[in-house]
Design a protein around this ligand. Structure first.
Ligand SMILES: [Zn+2]
Length: 340
């Protein structure tokens, strides 16, 4: 099959479109023909070597496609079925997995990180990873959902315990995870304040339901949040930007508020004034992906049309370099999708 693969870490130029051996599924696995694989910021970390993925490596976490082969020990799925793949791997037998907390499993990883991913034509996966999709959802749409929606769902419901009527500051509303977060907040009738780098992106976040927009290059986030909330601050800050926004994020919280973070796209080191944390009784929560239960839960809202995947644009798989460059420059709004 053809795949995007890199043999050394580096810039987009290390990505090669090349012939690799077809995967051979085990008897307890299925073979899926990849129709669409969405990009995530993780693809950039993986390519740069930040996550130390094994080499050579096929990136790509979010796959939708068609079942082409069903292993002898697999039940409940048939050849030809349209599916998406849960973007995670886990042992499925440890105490955490048995309790449904797969994202705390010691063997937990994301597709395309510690193991080869979906930037290819065929992928062999265990039964537990394969989830049928409804006919009205295109492959591009389905691939745009899993990682960002399970991440945003776990952050807001599993970790920050969002309640109806909360006010939430969603950083980077034009990112994949931001577009998911805005919609999930609206599902809880929360008031959403979001940020983006230009007016065009802010306009699109309003179409997703954001109530207020802040241009994070031109305006000071905490000042604007103060103005919008009558100096009260927000209940939850939804963070994934890291260094560039961290201080403003903490300043935007109301006393007793919760900051939940799933990433650090602008850098991992951030300062915390502890006096500020204890006197205002903040909760600072880490969040990583989500559980299989949460994935199934959020998918129900996507399948029913209440939450909508947001596609920026699609590229042929062979043009993965151009897709990586687009993400590197933060030009996208929503998900970039590769088509084998
Ligand atoms: Zn486990």
């Amino acid at each position: 099959m053809r795949a995007i693969r890199f043999h050394e870490y580096g810039g987009p130029e290390v990505l090669r479109y090349e012939e690799v051996p077809d995967p051979v599924p085990r008897l307890d696995q299925l073979l899926v023909r990849v129709k669409a694989c969405a990009m995530n910021h993780l693809d950039l970390w993986v390519r740069k070597g930040t996550t130390k993925s094994p080499l050579p490596h096929i990136p790509g976490s979010d796959v939708a496609g068609e079942v082409v082969e069903v292993g002898k020990y697999v039940t409940g799925l048939r050849s030809g079925q349209r599916v998406l793949l849960a973007p995670m791997t886990f042992c499925n037998h440890c105490a955490q997995c048995a309790a449904g907390r797969q994202n705390m499993c010691r063997g937990f990883s994301v597709f395309g990180n510690a193991v080869d991913g979906g930037d290819c034509e065929l992928i062999a996966v265990p039964r537990v990873s394969v989830i049928p999709i409804p006919d009205h959802l295109s492959f591009d749409q389905a691939a745009s959902v899993p990682l960002v929606f399970v991440t945003a769902w776990h952050m807001l419901t599993g970790r920050a315990r969002i309640r109806p009527g909360y006010t939430v500051l969603v950083l980077g509303g034009g990112s994949g995870v931001g577009t998911a977060a805005i919609q999930i907040c609206k599902l809880f009738n929360a008031t959403v304040i979001t940020t983006a780098g230009d007016e065009n992106k802010l306009e699109k976040t309003r179409a997703l339901g954001a109530d207020y927009g802040i241009n994070h290059y031109q305006q000071k986030i905490s000042d604007e949040v103060g103005r919008i909330t009558n100096k009260e601050g927000v209940d939850i800050v939804f963070e994934h930007v890291g260094k560039a926004t961290w201080e403003e994020s903490l300043k935007s919280l109301k006393p007793g508020g919760t900051l939940v973070t799933c990433g650090a796209t602008t850098g991992p080191e951030a300062a915390i004034d502890l006096r500020f944390v204890y006197s205002r009784q903040f909760s600072i929560l880490g969040s990583y992906m989500g559980t299989m239960g949460e994935l199934h839960e959020v998918l129900q809202h996507v399948f029913s049309g209440k939450l909508k995947p947001v596609i920026d644009r699609t590229f042929p798989l062979k043009d993965a370099r151009a897709a990586h460059q687009r993400m590197e420059k933060s030009e996208m709004f929503g998900k970039i999708v590769l088509n084998p």
